[in-house]
Design a protein around this ligand. Structure first.
Ligand SMILES: *[C@@H]1O[C@H](CO)[C@@H](O)[C@H](O)[C@H]1NC(C)=O
Ligand SMILES: *[C@@H]1O[C@H](CO)[C@@H](O)[C@H](O)[C@H]1NC(C)=O
Ligand SMILES: *[C@@H]1O[C@H](CO)[C@@H](O)[C@H](O)[C@H]1NC(C)=O
Ligand SMILES: *[C@@H]1O[C@H](CO)[C@@H](O)[C@H](O)[C@H]1NC(C)=O
Ligand SMILES: *[C@@H]1O[C@H](CO)[C@@H](O)[C@H](O)[C@H]1NC(C)=O
Ligand SMILES: *[C@@H]1O[C@H](CO)[C@@H](O)[C@H](O)[C@H]1NC(C)=O
Ligand SMILES: *[C@@H]1O[C@H](CO)[C@@H](O)[C@H](O)[C@H]1NC(C)=O
Ligand SMILES: *[C@@H]1O[C@H](CO)[C@@H](O)[C@H](O)[C@H]1NC(C)=O
Ligand SMILES: CC(=O)N[C@H]1CO[C@H](CO)[C@@H](O)[C@@H]1O
Length: 601
């Protein structure tokens, strides 16, 4: 085979191969002058590659390799992406190394940067060449070339059809292997510093890959999650790497198996808190780390304990909560055009996710009790309800109310929720007045629990909150009905407040709820009966009493609900049916029977 060196000519030539393999080896070349004709050059490249491949002359086996490479490099100066890629393909096929490898990687990187070139990348199967480099070359000897090579992969991974190809060709495995390899380099090693750039590209590529379900399985089976944590631990100061990894982990943490794997890295809580303390102003990092923590703490009490036990963990949350509340409330007041909507929603996003962590932590009995006594946490939750509206910030306001509700369960000595209950009640009225059903439901729930305190009952009567509760019985919404009825029951505990049920057709509405929801929810049915029982207590005296029509309706309803066959004739599966039956027997039946007797008398 003969290659004619055309590179000294003023015009570009490529020796195009013609004929079959034998002809090539017999040096039957046709050298054509391809003056400015990129298309013909591309075609010649294709033929050349094919001939080299078929003749097993790729790699370093080709005798005139050096001369050929020299020609190819010259051609690289022609500013054409299609030609550049084809040349790269041949050059990479000839297994160059060192500076030559670096230059060709740079060229591919440059071309892959533009997504318009994706189809070229695909038709030339450049992916195989890139993955070959990563598989066969030494990472530490070629760090810079690898940076461009993986950088090209990053761009390619932005294309949804190419990313599947990447996955199928084993990219995830290779990348995880590199992470492991780099993690093993000693921190004081000089090679350590340039690996930072490489990791930025690498993690950005993985971030794209992680969207595919198959890559999640691979990441799990190659043990990538602990390696990613270790990598962040070693690079806490590198914002870019940490942000990329936080993105990867936040995506992974949405899936149960991956979230478990993350929870198994017991040091991850220390790591995440360190990141929050180190980069509190890096919004996109902060929001993702907090999202991960929300998912971790949603899982189980062990995760909540592990987080809580890290020194300063709650203070980190408080500081972030405080600074973001401050920024957010300033932005809220600022009506000018300068206020960037994007920034605004990012800040709110952090708040939403922070509140979720607090809510999930509060499920743990002793942590919840501790948070209930934390002045700063409760003050911040109250502050959110003060300056945000459910109309504009639905998720945040509802989650905040739900968190206050959960904290209100803890009746501990120094509960700040109890200390501030009137202020909270005041803010809940604002929520009740909104048109947002989920918001209203949360508010009613909190009232349900706080209504065991007489100050709150007085508030409910004075501020006519009970009228809302009665109106909500009409909402045809089982949960709302349950909570509203709970509030009314607690109001009727005190005889002097029973008259509230004389208003707004409350008794009729309670009976309607009993009819509508009773057979599917004996707990609610029981609550309604208790309320009516309290209300009708002095039915024979001059106190409030049931109207005849109501009494008759109730008689018929109770009589039928107390019939076992009717009551339990529901399409529940067996587990639920047992539960249902138990409740009917032990809770509903005694109260309903007593009520029925009283009315009959
Ligand atoms: C992705 O690559 C394919 C070719 O592999 C191309 O046809 C398509 O236009 C690319 N998509 C985008 C969004 O660039
Ligand atoms: C993580 O949080 C997201 C958003 O709330 C949720 O969709 C996902 O199910 C959660 N995943 C786990 C494992 O908790
Ligand atoms: C965690 O908090 C979110 C948001 O407040 C909530 O939707 C979710 O139910 C909580 N998880 C658990 C397990 O309670
Ligand atoms: C409140 O607590 C209950 C159970 O304790 C839990 O199911 C619910 O998800 C909690 N709510 C939030 C918002 O975390
Ligand atoms: C109210 O709080 C108590 C604990 O004080 C809890 O057991 C109960 O389930 C709560 N009730 C409602 C309706 O939220
Ligand atoms: C009503 O008050 C009791 C205590 O008197 C309390 O346990 C309960 O949670 C309160 N709320 C409801 C809805 O029953
Ligand atoms: C009223 O209801 C409460 C809560 O169910 C109950 O503890 C109380 O005994 C009732 N009062 C009367 C007089 O029936
Ligand atoms: C209601 O009846 C109870 C006894 O069941 C009695 O103690 C109470 O004084 C009566 N209240 C009124 C207003 O008649
Ligand atoms: C064929 C094709 O679309 N080529 C594009 C590749 O990207 C460059 C920019 O780097 C574009 O100018 C080309 O049009």
């Amino acid at each position: 085979m003969e290659v004619i060196n055309c590179s000294d000519s003023p015009k570009w030539y490529l020796c195009s191969l013609a004929g079959d393999l034998e002809a090539i080896t017999a040096a039957s070349f046709c050298c054509c002058c391809l003056e400015d004709n990129v298309e013909s050059l591309c075609h010649a490249c294709d033929s050349l590659y094919q001939a080299l491949e078929e003749g097993s002359m790729l790699g370093k086996r080709f005798k005139r390799r050096t001369l050929l490479l020299k020609t190819l490099y010259k051609l690289c100066d022609i500013a054409s992406d299609p030609l550049g890629l084809k040349l790269s393909k041949i050059i990479l096929g000839l297994k160059v190394s060192g500076k030559n490898l670096l230059n060709v990687c740079k060229l591919v990187f440059k071309i892959s940067r533009n997504e318009k070139n994706d189809s070229l990348i695909q038709s030339d199967q450049i992916l195989d060449s890139l993955l070959d480099i990563l598989r066969s070359e030494d990472l530490q000897a070629n760090t810079e070339a690898f940076i461009y090579c993986i950088g090209a992969l990053k761009f390619i991974s932005g294309n949804t059809s190419l990313i599947h190809e990447m996955l199928n060709k084993g990219t995830v495995e290779i990348l995880v292997q590199f992470i492991t390899q780099i993690n093993e380099i000693n921190d004081n090693d000089a090679r350590f510093c340039s690996s930072g750039h490489l990791l930025v590209q690498l993690t950005a590529t993985l971030r794209n890959l992680v969207d595919l379900p198959q890559s999640r399985c691979k990441l799990l089976s190659y043990g990538a999650i602990p390696e990613l944590c270790l990598m962040m631990e070693k690079r806490v100061n590198d914002k870019d790497i940490c942000t990329n990894v936080a993105r990867i982990l936040s995506k992974l943490s949405s899936f149960n198996d991956c979230c478990s794997a993350l929870a198994d890295c017991s040091r991850c809580y220390i790591l995440f808190l360190a990141l929050l303390n180190k980069h509190p102003k890096k919004q996109d990092l902060v929001v993702r780390v907090i999202f991960i923590l929300g998912n971790l703490t949603a899982r189980n009490n062990q995760a909540r304990e592990q987080f809580f036990e890290v020194q300063g963990s709650i203070n980190t949350l408080i500081t972030l909560f405080q600074t973001h509340c401050d920024i957010d409330s300033k932005l809220c007041k600022d009506d000018s055009e300068l206020r960037s909507l994007k920034h605004f929603s990012e800040v709110e996003d952090v708040l939403i996710k922070l509140v979720r962590v607090i809510a999930n932590l509060s499920i743990h009995p002793s942590i919840g009790a501790s948070l209930t006594t934390n002045h700063q946490i409760v003050a911040l939750l109250i502050q959110v309800l003060e300056y945000k509206s459910v109309e504009k910030s639905e998720e945040l306001v509802i989650n905040t109310a739900a968190t206050i509700n959960n904290l209100s369960y803890y009746q501990v000595k120094d509960s700040v929720i109890l200390e501030k209950k009137l202020r909270i009640a005041e803010l809940l009225v604002k929520l009740l007045l909104s048109n947002n059903m989920d918001g209203i439901l949360e508010a009613v729930r909190v009232f349900g629990n706080l209504s065991q305190y007489h100050e709150i009952c007085d508030f409910i009567v004075q501020r006519k909150v009970y009228k809302f509760m009665i109106a909500l019985l009409d909402a045809k919404h089982q949960d709302v009905c349950f909570s509203a009825c709970g509030v009314l029951l607690n109001l009727t505990v005190d005889e002097s407040r029973r008259t509230v049920l004389d208003e707004e057709g409350a008794v009729k509405k309670l009976i309607d709820c009993l009819r509508d929801f009773g057979p599917t929810d004996w707990q609610l049915a029981c609550l309604i009966c208790k309320t009516l029982w309290n209300y009708s207590e002095n039915v024979t005296s001059a106190g409030p009493c049931l109207e005849e029509e109501d009494a008759n309706t109730l008689l018929i309803l109770l009589a039928s609900f107390l019939e076992e066959e009717f009551a339990l004739d529901c399409n529940f599966d067996s587990d639920l049916r047992d539960h249902h039956k138990l409740y009917w027997e032990s809770e509903f039946k005694p109260v309903a029977q007593k009520l029925l007797q009283r009315i009959q008398n």
